[in-house]
Design a protein around this ligand. Sequence first.
Ligand code: PEP
Ligand code: MG
Length: 537
Amino acid sequence: MVTLQGKGVYRDICIGRLVYYGGNHETPRLVVEDCQAQLQRYETAIQTARRQLADLYERSIRTVGEANAAIFQVQELLLTDEKFSGAVRRMIREESVNAEYAVQEAGKRIAEELEAVEDAYVRERAGDVQDVAGRLLAALRGSAGIPERPGEPFILAAEDLLPSQAAQLSEGVLGFALGRGSTHSHTAVLARSMGLPSVMKLGPGLGPECSGKLAVVDGFTGTLYIDPDEATLSAMEEKKRESERHREMLQKLKGKKDITRNGKRIKLFANAGSLADVEAAVANDAGGIGLLRSEVLYLDSAAAPDEESQFFFYRQALQRMGGREVVIRTFDIGADKRVPWLATEKEENPAMGMRAIRLGLERPQLLKTQLRALYRAGLYGKLGIMYPMITSVEEVQSLRALEQQVRRELEREGVRFADRVPTGIMIETPAAALLSDQLAREVDFFSVGTNDLTQYTLALDRQNDTLERFRDPECIAVLRLVEMTVKNAHAAGIQVGICGEIAADTAFTERFLKMGIDELSVPPGMILTLRQRIREI
Ligand code: PEP
Ligand code: MG
């Protein structure tokens, strides 16, 4: 038995076989005998990538417009660019290496050269070269790098996972076991919202050789047992049964009110990132959805999602919640949630870069498409629209102006839509909290995103797993900003909720109630735990 100690992300147990996902790993250099076969594989991969890019271009014209879609034409040209292709072919021929390695190395080398150029346009192409190299690598591997799934549910192990990978790979997964990863990252948020027992920061002991081995993830203690001995396995099976019994006991709270013993009511809502989460919200008796992270639509696709597919998704979510409030957040892409189809400048500090509404204001067509879909879907339920990453009153005013434009366009086109949709903002930057008195006059509600508010207040990168000891467990600075926000919201007569992960931490529930928080929005699997806590206060 091997025991690896890390950090628990979702408090539950899962037992199953490990599948190691090596998507983040470098392709090894292999010396081959048949160079001709490797060259042929490379030509076939080019054809596959070319078809994919042509398809992406066609689809993107409809969604992001011709000018933005042109990036895929540029990438198509890069595919056959002599500098890149010539380097790959030369390396295969002269060094007798596998095609994957040649593509990886040529891509790296050319991207580095481009990055060193002064001209910003040329520098930007470095990302395209890497993107094209990644596409060719996937084509050479015959898949998007996703491991073959065993017939039965499994534990997905990896060194680290991007949020987009976690979303794409979650099918059939019992839990995640990661060598690295930060428990405050978006990947951790996703794991919690999917209710998957997961552990992170397990260290270098977790490698591809673990694939196929039986393992236990203990999300309570943050431990991974590989090849557990009989005593450990039976102890873990008992702990799993105990956890199931506790969950069963919580089921009795369904249908009960979210009210304290002295009669204070609070809205207990769920966070969601997919329709499966919406189902989980219903199953766990959430009062509504306080945060639907729409970016999953953007992360999961090869191009910007079009209006129809978004409309369909939002309508389904609203209908499924059957008249209960559903707050949909406009796309929060950028930072760690980079989408490959969007050509953006390489950033030194992406968390403080072109993210969320900044991207929406820079490329209004992208946001307008989303708003159109949202307003149309608003006819099918009780919708609220929420904007992430606000730092100023001017931003909110620009967004409100954009909303108005969208509504006028829909009206002119004779398209039916909901015109009275409450608009809220996330308070997730210190600036927004400090300006909350002014911001409260511009919108209908606030929701505090403590995950980012902590990152930006304490200057603690939420992706960086080495900073754990600098985190203040009491969250004093952040709580002061929350308190200030609540006072300002209430003075202006609007409601304020918390949708960051701290909302689900029962150690803080009483504090939040005392502050006067109107709503807590938590991962669906935490609703009943919170209900139990609220009812005993
Ligand atoms: C937050 O920042 O607290 C939040 C809820 O948003 P996300 O975790 O999606 O950044
Ligand atoms: Mg956030």
